[in-house]
Each structure stands twice: as structure tokens, then as C-alpha cells.
Design a protein around this ligand. Structure first.
Ligand code: R7I
Ligand code: MG
Ligand code: MG
Length: 349
């Protein structure tokens, strides 16, 4: 049946957490044989397995901070969000944060700090981080703001608290827009979905900062658009190997090597795929496929989970998966509260 907007909101945040928790198993693996993925997932389904709950990582920890800050401040407040990140890190530093970002999080804890964007700008010799940490936590922005323009603007600012390189914050913009479109049911027309993302990113990557960073990092102009065109080519093909996906799109910790990849995973798994159980629905296929790529599996599964969850809704996330992952109830609660906030705004577009 049709997926309600509330179900989409809950699906987005819950599937993101589930992707992070379930994906943690293979983080850093080169690529993962599908039977190992399926074995891991059947272990998760078997509630009697007794090896406890799968813990979430920095992806979920920071996403919760974003959601919580947007709700408490009824909108984006950079001071509050920065403090929330810093506090979360100081209370639970062992969640697997990127090795660069922890310096930013320590500086953000200082009460003397007036410009909360400054620590991020000092990263990596002054260019800022291009890691996927801004993108991995961005989903709540798409649940808090109604228009694409607002999602674009605040996804970028939210990412800039830790990622001042345009490759870092533009990855967050792309992921935020993907969740935004998916919440509106746009994945029922996959070609239009990807075309829409390409035209949005054409505008975003025209900016001077994007042009400059691409040059400084020896990348072709319009790096995200280039990858999205590759996504389009890959989904048009009847068969594509994991190796090709990894070499064309990447599976790494850089936003450029993981956000388009997550989008590909969702699009590729809209239909049944060889090697994945027939009983799997699209959301289960998406998570399983994300893990099989290896690399930054918790983050790719988290981002693909957010987009897919917004499309299929909460009903598509298996109960057994939800019960095996830490932080699912909290994510569901945050999603319900964001839904209320969203409903209370007049539609901006
Ligand atoms: O982006 P970030 O928050 O890391 C997120 C990732 C996710 O996979 C999480 O699940 C967690 O495992 O970490 O943290 P950063 O430290 O800003 O960036 C991540 C890594 O990307 C850094 O530790 C660097 O290895 C690399 N990196 C860079 N390397 C060289 N030059 C990011 N930016 C640069 C750069 O400019
Ligand atoms: Mg992580
Ligand atoms: Mg990761």
C-alpha cells in the first residue's frame, strides 16, 4: 500500500541506525563475499543468538545530536549543535570517530570559542576535511525542513561544523537532498530522481569554493556530478559487478567515495538482485548490498539506509533487525518528533 509520510520519517532514521549498527561488522574489509553478509544478517535475525545488541557508532551518535538540536532549537542553531557534538564526544569518545575530527570535537568543547566553524577550517592544513562525517549524520535536516533550498542550506552549514572542505559539505548536501526527495516518494521514478540530483549538484558545484577545492585535490571539475553520471550509467546496465562499483564509485571514508555509492546501492536494489534472498524486500536488499561492497560499510549502509528507509517506510525494516540494534527506539522517537515539527511548518516550496 501507499507509504505514509510518518512511516517514511521513521523509516529514514531507523534504517540509518540499523545500517550503522549492522554495517559495523565489515568496516574496513576490502570487499565482502555475499555469503558472509547473509550469514551476518541471519545471525541478526536469529533473536536467540544471545551475543547481545549491535552497537551504533559515531554516525548514529552525531545524527542523534543533529536531530536533538534541531528539535530543541526549533531550527538550525550552530552554537547549540556544535556544543551537542562536543558533549556527545566527551561522554562517549569510543564510538569510532574519524581520526581528524576528534581534534575539532575537542576544540568545540571550549567555552571560549566564539566562531564554531573555526576549528573545522583548521583541519588538514587549512583546507578542511573531505571525510563523510558531514554526510553520515545529515538525514535529520531533510526531516526538519520542507523545501529543497532549506535542506541544501542547512545540510551544508551543519556539515561545516566539522567539514570545511567543499567535498565534505557538498557530500552532505547531496545526501540531504537524496533523503529529501525520497521522503516525497521520488524514488518511484528512479531516472527522474537521479536527474534531479544531478541538476541540483550542477548548481552547487558551480560555486567558487567547489571549483577551487576540486582543483586543489586534482579532481575533475564537478566531482559529484561526474560520479552521479556514473551512477546513472551503472543503473542502466543489466548486470554490474561489485568490483566495478568499487572502482567506478568507491567505498571509502571520503564523502566523494561514499555518498554517490550509497545512492547507487538504493537505486540498484529497487529490484530483486541475483544472490540476495527472494524473501528480502528492497530495504533489506539495500543494506545487504551495501555491506557486500566492503570499505566504509557502517557509513555507506547508514546513508543508503536513510534514503531507502524514507522510500519504503518503517514497516520495511525487519523487527528482528530493529531489536538487535542499539539506539533504534531513540531514533524512532526523534523521527516522530521531527514529523510534528515538519507538519507545523507551512510548505515552503
Ligand atoms: O569525516 P569524519 O567524521 O569520518 C567519518 C568516518 C565514518 O566512516 C565514520 O563511520 C568513522 O569511521 O569515520 O572524520 P575526519 O577525520 O574528518 O575524516 C575521516 C578521514 O578521512 C580522516 O581521518 C583522514 O584519513 C581522511 N581525510 C583526509 N585525509 C587527507 N586530507 C579527510 N580529509 C582529508 C584531507 O583533507
Ligand atoms: Mg562510524
Ligand atoms: Mg564509517
Amino acid at each position: 500500500g501507499p507509504v505514509s509520510t510518518l512511516s517514511r520519517f521513521r523509516g529514514a532514521l531507523v534504517a540509518a541506525v540499523v545500517g550503522d549498527c549492522i554495517g559495523g561488522e565489515f568496516e574496513g574489509a576490502e570487499d565482502v563475499p555475499l555469503d558472509r553478509v547473509l550469514q551476518h544478517l541471519s545471525g541478526v535475525e536469529d533473536e536467540s543468538r544471545g551475543d547481545g545488541i549491535l552497537q551504533y557508532s559515531d554516525d548514529t551518535a552525531m545524527m542523534r545530536c543533529v536531530a536533538d538540536s534541531l528539535l530543541t532549537r526549533v531550527g538550525f542553531d550552530e552554537q547549540d549543535m556544535a556544543r551537542s557534538f562536543a558533549k556527545e564526544y566527551s561522554l562517549a569518545p569510543g564510538r569510532g570517530y574519524g581520526s581528524g575530527v576528534i581534534q575539532v570535537l575537542r576544540k568545540l568543547a571550549s567555552p571560549q570559542l566564539s566562531d564554531v566553524f573555526q576549528p573545522a577550517r583548521a583541519q588538514f592544513g587549512g583546507r578542511g576535511s573531505f571525510g563523510n562525517g558531514g554526510a553520515m549524520r545529515v538525514a535529520p535536516f531533510a526531516l526538519a525542513f520542507r523545501s529543497a533550498a532549506e535542506v541544501r542550506k542547512y545540510s551544508r552549514l551543519g556539515a561545516m561544523l566539522t567539514h570545511s572542505c567543499s567535498l565534505g559539505y557538498n557530500g552532505a548536501v547531496l545526501q540531504g537532498l537524496a533523503v529529501h526527495l525520497s521522503l516525497q516518494g521520488a524514488l518511484s521514478l528512479p531516472q527522474e530522481f537521479i536527474n534531479r540530483l544531478i541538476s541540483e549538484m550542477e548548481v552547487v558545484e558551480k560555486e567558487d569554493s567547489a571549483q577551487r577545492d576540486a582543483k586543489a585535490l586534482n579532481l575533475a571539475e564537478f566531482p559529484y556530478c561526474t560520479r552521479l553520471h556514473r551512477v546513472k550509467e551503472l543503473i542502466e546496465r543489466s548486470s554490474v559487478s561489485v568490483e566495478e562499483v568499487i572502482s567506478e564509485l568507491g567505498n571509502g571514508i571520503a564523502a566523494l567515495q561514499s555518498v554517490p555509492t550509497a545512492i547507487f546501492c538504493v537505486l540498484h536494489c529497487l529490484e530483486p538482485r541475483e544472490g540476495l534472498p527472494e524473501r528480502y524486500g528492497g530495504l533489506e536488499r539495500t543494506i545487504a548490498y551495501s555491506l557486500a561492497l566492503g570499505g566504509d560499510t557502517d557509513t555507506i549502509a547508514c546513508m543508503a539506509g536513510a534514503i531507502a528507509g524514507a522510500h519504503y517506510g518503517i514497516e520495511a525494516v525487519p523487527r528482528s533487525w530493529q531489536m538487535s540494534c542499539e539506539g533504534v527506539e531513540e531514533a524512532d522517537h526523534l523521527a516522530k518528533r521531527l514529523y510534528k515539527l515538519y507538519q507545523s511548518q507551512s510548505s515552503g516550496d
